[in-house]
Ligand binder design. Structure first.
Ligand SMILES: *Cc1c(COP(=O)(O)O)cnc(C)c1O
Length: 422
C-alpha cells in the first residue's frame, strides 16, 4: 500500500531539498506514524493484561528503539547485538523478551543476566543453562496448518521450537528444576493479512497451551503469540484488522482459561514500523531493452526483500512527476551484478526520466535491517521525520572506510595457527 497521505505530504515538503542538499538514496521513517501504530496495538487490547515488545530485527536503529521505548514499548531481541541495542535504548529486565534460535549458552547467559523474559527454543538450551529465568517459556514448533506460510515453511519442517510431543516433558523438567512460573511462545504467522488465518493460528497455540497445562501439571502466566502480522504492500490490499485480532485473542484466552487472566505478549515488528518507511532514490538510468529499465541509485543491498522472497512486492511511485506521464511496463533495478536486484518487475507505472526522484514504499521493517554490502554497494543513510517536520539523520550512509574498517592491513599472523602446525 502506498505510504499514508499524511506521511507523503510531509515528505513532499522536505524531499526536494534533501535530495539536492543531502543526496539520495536514503530510508526515511515517519516518527508520528510509528508511534500511532504502536499506540494502535496497545489500545487494541483494552484492559486485558498485554505487552507489546517491538521486534528489534525489523528496524534496529537506536533512535527508533528509543522512540518506541519512550512510548512504553518493550523490545524483542534475538541476538547479543540486539541486547546491546536494548541496553542503549535503556530497555532491560522483563521489558525485553529474548526469543532466539540456534542459541549458544553464552547468549542465553547474556539474556538471563539482564532478567529478560527468555524463550527457550529447545529443551537442550534449558538443560545447558546454569540457572533458570524467573519465568520459563518454550517456543512451540509449528505443528498445525494455521502456522504454515511461504515465509515460515511447512509446519513440521521448521527449525524453530520444541516439537508438540515433547512440550509437556520440557515443562515438567523445568518444574523439577524449581521453576514455578511459565510462559509459552508460538510464532503463529508471517506477514499475515488474513484475520481468520491469524486467529486460527492463535487458537491452535492457545489449545496447545491448555493441553500442556494439563499434561505437565503447570499453569501459564503468559502466552506469547510472537509477531508476523502483515501490512498491505500492494495498493488495494486492506490493512490487517488489528482490533478484530486483539478482540479475538482476548476472547480465546477468556474462553480457554476461564477466570484466569493469562497475560498476552506480542513481538510485533512489521506492523509497527513497516508502512512508515520510504526508500528515496534517484533514477540514474532510463534504458530501453525491449522493455523499460529504470535504474536507481539504490540496490537490493538497501532493500533485500524483493530479491529474497518470491512474492515480496513494494509499491513504486514518482512523487514529483505530475499526472501527464504515459504509462509503461518497467523493471525497476539496482546496480548489483545479480539479476534478482530488481525492486519491481514488469511493473505498470508512469514513465520516468533520469535525475527524477522515485519512492520505494513500505521499507520501515525488514528493509535497512537486511542491508548488506555485496558488490561494494554500500548501505544508505536512515533519516527520521519528526512529528514537527524536522528531519534527523539517525544513520549516515556507509563510506569506503566503513567497507574496509575490518580489513587487517597486510594480514596479521595468528599465533595459534603456528602452534597448530607444529
Ligand atoms: C521476526 C520475528 C518477529 C517479528 O516479526 P514481524 O513479521 O516483523 O512482526 C517476532 N518474533 C520472532 C521470534 C521473530 O522471529
Amino acid at each position: 500500500m502506498p505510504a499514508s497521505p499524511a506521511f507523503l505530504e510531509r515528505l513532499a515538503r522536505v524531499v526536494p531539498d534533501l535530495a539536492r542538499g543531502y543526496g539520495t538514496p536514503f530510508h526515511v521513517y515517519d516518527a508520528a506514524g510509528i508511534l500511532a501504530s504502536h499506540r494502535a496495538v496497545v489500545s487494541a487490547f483494552g484492559d486485558w493484561p498485554a505487552r507489546q515488545h517491538f521486534a528489534v530485527k525489523a528496524l534496529p536503529n537506536p533512535a527508533v528503539l528509543k522512540l518506541l521505548a519512550e512510548a512504553g514499548s518493550g523490545l524483542d531481541c534475538s541476538s547479543p547485538a540486539e541486547l546491546l541495542l536494548a541496553d542503549a535504548a535503556g530497555v532491560t529486565g522483563r521489558d525485553i523478551v529474548f526469543t532466539s534460535n540456534n542459541t549458544t549458552r553464552a547468549e542465553y547467559e547474556m539474556a538471563l543476566a539482564r532478567g529478560c523474559l527468555v524463550t527457550f527454543d529447545d529443551v537442550a538450551h534449558m538443560d545447558r543453562a546454569q540457572r533458570l529465568p524467573g519465568t520459563v517459556a518454550f517456543r512451540v514448533a509449528p505443528h498445525t496448518g494455521g502456522a504454515s506460510s511461504a515465509l515460515m515453511g511447512a509446519a513440521g519442517a521448521s527449525k524453530f521450537g520444541v516439537p508438540r510431543g515433547r512440550l509437556a516433558e520440557a515443562y515438567a523438567r523445568a518444574r523439577a528444576r524449581g521453576a514455578r512460573s511459565f510462559g509459552i511462545h508460538g510464532m503463529t504467522c508471517a506477514n499475515e493479512l488474513d484475520l481468520a488465518r491469524a486467529l486460527q493460528a492463535a487458537r491452535d497455540l492457545v489449545a496447545t497451551a491448555l493441553e500442556v497445562e494439563r499434561e505437565a501439571g503447570i499453569t501459564f502466566d503468559y502466552v506469547n503469540v510472537g509477531g508476523g502480522l502483515g501490512i498491505p504492500y500492494r495498493p488495494g490490499e486492506a490493512p490487517f484488522d488489528l482490533a478484530g485480532w486483539a478482540a479475538g485473542l482476548v476472547g480465546l484466552l477468556r474462553e480457554a482459561f476461564g477466570g484466569r487472566q493469562v497475560r498476552l505478549v506480542t513481538e510485533l515488528g512489521r506492523i509497527v514500523t513497516g508502512p512508515h518507511g520510504v526508500l528515496v532514490t534517484t533514477v540514474v538510468n532510463r534504458l530501453d531493452k525491449g522493455r523499460a529499465i529504470v535504474g536507481l541509485d539504490a540496490s537490493m543491498s538497501a532493500l533485500m526483500r524483493p530479491g529474497f522472497y518470491e512474492n515480496a512486492w513494494h509499491h513504486v511511485t514518482l512523487p514529483f512527476a505530475g499526472k501527464e506521464r504515459p504509462r509503461v511496463l518497467a523493471d525497476v533495478v539496482g546496480s548489483l551484478c545479480e539479476n534478482v536486484d530488481r525492486f519491481a518487475v514488469a511493473r505498470e507505472m508512469p514513465d520516468t526520466r533520469e535525475g527524477e526522484i522515485v519512492y520505494i514504499h513500505d521499507t520501515g521493517a525488514h528493509g535497512a535491517a537486511m542491508g548488506f554490502t555485496y558488490n561494494g554497494r554500500l548501505r544508505p543513510a536512515e533519516l527520521l521525520l519528526m512529528p514537527a517536520d524536522g528531519v534527523l539523520e539517525i544513520r549516515r550512509a556507509e563510506t569506503f572506510s566503513d567497507y574496509v574498517a575490518t580489513v587487517v592491513e597486510g594480514g596479521r599472523p595468528l599465533e595459534f595457527t603456528r602452534h597448530a602446525a607444529e
